[in-house]
Design a protein around this ligand. Structure first.
Ligand code: ADP
Ligand code: MG
Length: 246
């Protein structure tokens, strides 16, 4: 059953950049402060405030781009992505859509094997949102906005990873790289490196891309592996029973 299907995986990795301040304001970017003590009016998008890009975030993004042999954009554009979430009271995230700062790089999952390179389609800068806290209060959820405006580099691979093993290899190499470059502390438990896994399956030998399912905010290698395996089996079972993946 499983042998008749190929797995197609594309990863999006959010890397928190170790800048001293937030991506668009002078607020400290350190981890572990008391809730809501480290977000200012720029981070919260108050009327009349003007975001100003943090030069260090740009430098760290470019450092990554050079390390993966990518193109560095001479001109890069920020855009608003609209969301309704309790941890994003301003209602939008500043991100990049057209002209990301880094495009078309690659990273080998086996350092000495050239054909083991995974294509990095893009890496763009964006701000993080706040955090919903579910364990401190009994009947309601707390909101901590300290993380609002934390600089993220979102690294997006092509849908060319073929197994959960290779996905983990790629993530481990990527974590090694960003910690070596000193652009991220690589701490997955604290959320400094989070992964969204996009997963689809297709009949062995075919080249079409079927509908993908995206599992977001995975914060450990083993969770990435489990998510991919469970989702793969679910999709194969659905197709083999004549159902579709939405
Ligand atoms: P979105 O904002 O919807 O998440 P992105 O372009 O940021 O879109 O990311 C799309 C991700 O999904 C990429 O990592 C890409 O490689 C992956 N992907 C695209 N099509 C497929 C597919 N058919 N199967 C698995 N992964 C896919
Ligand atoms: Mg996505």
């Amino acid at each position: 059953m499983k042998e008749n299907w190929d797995l197609v995986i594309g990863l999006e990795i959010h890397v928190q950049l170790t800048t001293a301040s937030k991506i668009f304001s002078a607020t400290s970017n350190s981890f572990g402060a008391n809730p809501n003590c480290q977000a200012n009016i720029v981070d919260l998008g108050f009327p009349g405030t003007l975001p100003v890009i943090n030069e260090e975030a740009i430098k760290k993004a470019i450092t990554f781009g050079i390390a993966v042999n990518a193109n560095i954009a001479n001109e890069s554009i920020f855009a608003r992505k609209n969301y309704f979430y309790p941890d994003l009271p301003k209602g939008y995230q500043i991100s990049q859509y057209e002209a990301p700062i880094v495009a078309n790089g690659k990273l080998r999952i086996h350092p000495t094997e050239e054909d083991s390179a995974i294509i990095i389609e893009r890496a763009h800068l964006e701000e993080d949102a706040g955090k919903s806290i579910h364990f401190t209060h009994q009947n309601y959820t707390g909101i901590d906005l300290n993380r609002a405006g934390t600089p993220l580099l979102e690294i997006v691979t092509a849908p060319s990873i073929k197994s959960s093993k290779d996905a983990i290899r790629f993530l481990k190499r990527l974590r090694e790289l960003v910690t070596h470059l000193e652009i991220c502390d690589g701490n997955m438990e604290e959320g400094s490196l989070r992964c969204d896994a996009n997963i689809s399956v297709r009949k062995k030998g075919t080249k079409i891309f079927n509908s993908r399912v995206e599992i977001k905010n995975l914060n450990s290698f083993s969770n990435v592996q489990k998510a991919i395996e469970i989702e793969r089996n679910r999709q194969i079972l659905a197709y083999e029973n004549g159902k579709s993946i939405d």
